[in-house]
Design a protein around this ligand. Structure first.
Ligand code: ADE
Length: 425
């Protein structure tokens, strides 16, 4: 793109000079995203997003940058802002502006005021479709009825925000239909089980260089993410302990192999603690009091609320950083406790997030959900919807095709049998 065109793209990013690095990383990611590649080809042919304004508020990474380009290639006018300033990859942001002419408002580490102004600019662009992760953009859009009037669809990727949107829909306060993209079966598998599973362990190993084999790794929460984390930790030779509040999940964990106990008991046994509960203070004062000297804590859940760091700070006489992304809390009784990635989701705070092949599935679901909203959003009620099952199946099919895996088809006889009737009737 000629430099004068770049200069005319409204944006707020760290440094345009990072674009070359961003381009290489985006291309590297894209070559392992075959499903999104197919979707992009389809969008290029159909050009169905002509005159459609799309605001993308996701973690700005090489992978989501490829989604933004895919939507742009379908004819959309795309604006990108950050779902979390701490997870922005500045090089991907620069590449979107310089090489693809996409407006980006995202700077890693931006202070709250700048982050909020980026969201405001995105709302002022009067998007027709909003892609959100964590609800910040849709909250702002709902606060501006004049702008929300033009929106006819949205997607949301965070379970907790989906719950809030469902509550809003119940009260009649939701202004456009939203697809809960995290609820697709394929996204669940690839995002939560395989994506979070691997990238959480990756974040721990990058920041600590530990040998996990033989260590007691405590996984708090055996939901979609906790299951994936426990599976990968076991694969690395760790002795996994699961803590849960839900008896069904606790039983499932026990049958899968880990030991199950209360956090009060696990606190004495654990070497490494990983929270994936989706709730506040899963690790709190009564647990800090029991930890072994040298216990390592991190979070794979949302935000930085799962470990009560404020109380840990109050219990400490000193803090220092022995290593990047590792904070040492010196407790008054002489023990040292280590917190990784400031208690934020370790996969993005320390690592590069989910691997691109996992994001491929989630982002293809997202792209096809946008297509669904553009085609049908205006006719839908203002409710929260799951990803249409045909999209889920299509994504799974495309992924299998990309992996050159053939599967069987039911015979006619089997179809009749499954439908509960004989061929003759
Ligand atoms: N969430 C987790 N991993 C991610 C990634 N690589 N890109 C965007 N969002 C993510």
């Amino acid at each position: 793109m000629p430099p004068n065109l770049t200069a005319s793209i409204p944006c707020e990013i760290k440094d345009l000079a990072l674009a070359d690095m961003g381009k290489r990383r985006m291309e590297w990611a894209f070559q392992t995203m075959p499903v999104l590649q197919s979707v992009r080809k389809h969008f290029i042919t159909t050009q169905q997003f002509k005159n459609i304004r799309i605001a993308v508020c996701l973690h700005v990474t090489s992978e989501t940058a490829n989604l933004a380009v895919t939507l742009r290639d379908g004819g959309a006018q795309v604006v990108v802002c950050a779902a979390d300033p701490l997870t922005v990859q500045d090089d991907a942001a620069a590449c979107l502006v310089k090489d693809y002419g996409i407006s980006v408002y995202a700077i890693r580490g931006a202070v709250r005021a700048a982050f909020c102004s980026h969201l405001t600019v995105s709302v002022e662009g009067r998007p027709h479709v909003v892609l959100d992760e964590g609800g910040e953009l849709s909250a702002r859009l709902h606060a501006r009825p004049d702008a929300a009037e033009e929106a006819f669809g949205g997607t949301e990727g965070a379970s907790i925000s989906v719950q809030k949107l469902r509550a809003m829909a119940k009260e009649g306060a939701l202004r456009y239909p939203v697809i809960a993209v995290n609820e697709s079966v394929t996204s669940d598998l690839f995002d939560n089980r395989y994506g979070t599973g691997q990238s959480t362990l990756d974040g721990i190993l990058r920041s600590t260089n530990l040998l996990l084999a033989g260590m007691n790794v405590v996984v708090a929460g055996y939901g979609r993410c906790g299951r994936g984390i426990a599976l990968r930790a076991q694969g690395l030779g760790a002795k996994v302990i699961v803590t849960e509040v839900n008896p069904i999940r606790a039983l499932e964990a026990l049958m899968d192999g880990p030991r199950v106990m209360s956090m009060g008991e696990a606190a004495r046994a654990g070497d490494v603690f990983i929270t994936a509960t989706g709730t506040k203070n899963a690790i709190a004062r009564e647990h800090f009091e029991k930890f072994k000297n040298g216990a390592i804590l991190c979070n794979a859940g949302r935000g930085n609320v799962e470990i009560d760091l404020e109380t840990l700070g109050q219990m400490s006489s000193a803090r220092r950083q022995p290593k990047e992304h590792v904070e040492e809390y010196a407790l008054r009784d002489g023990r040292r406790i280590y917190v990784l990635g400031e208690g934020r989701p370790i996969n993005l705070a320390v690592g590069e997030g989910h691997p691109a092949p996992a994001m491929d599935i989630a982002l293809a679901n997202q792209a096809l959900s946008v297509e669904h909203l553009v085609k049908h959003g205006r006719a839908l009620d203002r409710l929260v919807y799951s990803v249409p099952p045909e999209i889920d199946r299509q994504v799974a099919k495309m992924k299998l095709e990309a992996m050159s895996v053939n599967i069987d088809r039911m015979t006619l006889e089997q179809e009749y049998y499954a439908a509960g009737r004989s061929e003759a009737t």
